[in-house]
Design a protein around this ligand. Structure first.
Ligand SMILES: Cc1cc2nc3c(=O)[nH]c(=O)nc-3n(C[C@H](O)[C@H](O)[C@H](O)COP(=O)(O)OP(=O)(O)OC[C@H]3O[C@@H](n4cnc5c(N)ncnc54)[C@H](O)[C@@H]3O)c2cc1C
Length: 407
């Protein structure tokens, strides 16, 4: 959606940052072809994309535009999430390797800043910023998704090392990552949240098998990852032994900000152009289609205001509240509606081998849009959060919460 969330109440420093970013991007990077703009949703980068992605990330890092909200002492810009959002708005038309580095920059970095030792920060943060290292998030398991604390991956101490066994699933970008963050169970005799420890694991360690999962779009955005007696050195333990749930929560908090803030994923102008091109004279006279487009536009605008609300909270030093969950729900629903409308406009062209990259982009968009209702916390979980934290409804009882995990 052609969304400028540029707020009139930006401080002079934020406005200066916006102008600096705009100038830097236009001088250093290429804009994406319009036809590519829809295909970038949950894209599936491959190993061949890595050299160029690393080049661009290094450029951003040298330009002071990587790790914008990271503290200066760790090589970041020391700005706030507001500047991160300004950067995301300005960068939207450009060809950036966002998908490849998103976990490292937005989940791993902030987690290490809070929970990493000085050695871990010095070892892992700089290669995230300059694109040397690509990280993935090895959290979900076949029996632990919404209830992540139920994870079954085990880590057993062996001298100063840890031996890890089990399976992760839905791991976005595992096939292009060289590092992963991974909570594993180190003490099954205590309640589930208390027996977890958080590790960093090298993806090429002996015993790690990565199996990409093919989706209905034909892409393999995520993978199954199997761990068979994988040895992790003790220095890769992040936070406290059996205190991994705290570390995990820090990562999940960063993820919630990220998904709640991703509001601009539908390019409304392109959708409108597609609608116009589907008529003989470019005039949109079909009342039902006009209504659908108006609905999508309106929902996009509402999301824009929601996003400004989050920005305002951040600007005033307040953490964003459950509006992140509302935004996540609304984004997922909007993407789904936009994908449906695009396919309706394409008609039979959407069913056969796409005749152009633009059509392929919209077909991809349609096929990937439902994923957003699951990724980063399902619609139902967002509704639970809204029910409990906004509407004040009683919390859902979890009978397994206080029992020993292995009881
Ligand atoms: C595109 C994509 C990318 C992803 N990338 C990653 C990644 O990089 N790393 C990673 O670790 N994970 C990743 N995930 C996994 C994602 O976090 C999980 O799929 C999600 O948390 C849901 O877990 P689940 O699939 O196990 O479903 P389950 O938790 O088994 O849920 C099944 C169904 O039950 C519902 N449900 C569950 N609990 C409740 C409840 N308490 N109240 C009401 N309804 C409930 C859910 O809403 C859902 O409809 C990704 C997922 C997708 C789709």
């Amino acid at each position: 959606m052609a969304q400028t969330t540029e707020a009139s109440e930006e401080t002079p420093e934020q406005q200066a940052f916006r102008l600096e970013t705009r100038a830097w991007l236009s001088a250093n990077l290429n804009k994406r072809a319009v036809a590519d703009s829809q295909g970038s949703l949950l894209s599936s980068p491959s190993a061949e994309d890595l050299p160029e992605a690393r080049r661009v990330q290094r450029l951003l890092s040298e330009g002071g535009l990587a790790g914008i909200a990271w503290p200066g002492e760790f090589g970041g810009r020391g700005a706030t999430i507001v500047e991160e959002m300004i950067f995301a708005q300005e960068a939207e038309p450009y060809d950036l390797p966002t998908e490849i580095f998103v976990i490292g920059l937005h989940l791993v970095g902030p987690t290490l800043v809070v929970h990493g030792t000085a050695e871990q920060q010095a070892r892992w943060l700089p290669p995230i910023l300059d694109g040397t290292d690509v990280w993935c998030q090895l959290f979900s398991e076949p029996e632990a998704g919404s209830d992540l604390a139920a994870l079954r991956m085990t880590a057993r101490q062996d001298g100063s090392d840890w031996i890890v066994n089990g399976q992760k699933v839905w791991t976005s970008g595992a096939q292009t990552s060289n590092w992963g963050i991974m909570p594993a169970r180190t003490d099954p005799s205590v309640p589930k949240h208390r027996g977890i420890t958080y590790f960093a694991v090298e993806m090429d360690s002996p015993g790690v098998s990565i199996r990409p999962l093919r989706q209905m779009s034909g892409h393999s955005h995520f993978c199954e990852v199997f761990f068979d007696d994988v040895r992790i050195p003790g220095e890769n333990l992040i936070g406290e032994l059996n205190g991994g749930w705290d570390v995990t929560r820090t990562t999940l908090q960063s993820e919630r900000h990220l998904t709640g803030a991703s509001h601009g994923a539908v390019d409304f102008e392109s959708l409108l152009a597609l609608a116009r091109s589907s008529t003989a004279d470019g005039e949109l006279t079909d009342q039902v289609m006009r209504q659908k487009l108006a609905q999508i536009y309106t929902e996009g605008e509402l999301l824009r205001y929601l996003s400004l609300r989050t920005t305002t909270a951040l600007r005033q030093g307040r953490p964003p509240g459950p509006e992140s969950s509302v935004a996540k729900l609304a984004v997922a629903s909007l993407l789904r509606s936009a994908g449906d409308v695009a396919l309706e406009l394409l008609g039979p062209q959407g069913l056969v081998e796409p005749a152009s990259s633009e059509i392929a982009g919209w077909v991809d968009f349609f096929l990937m849009a439902p994923a957003l209702r699951i990724a980063g916390g399902t619609d139902e979980i967002q509704r639970n959060i809204i029910g409990e934290r906004v509407l004040g409804l009683p919390r859902t009882e979890d009978p397994t919460r206080s029992a020993a995990f292995a009881s």
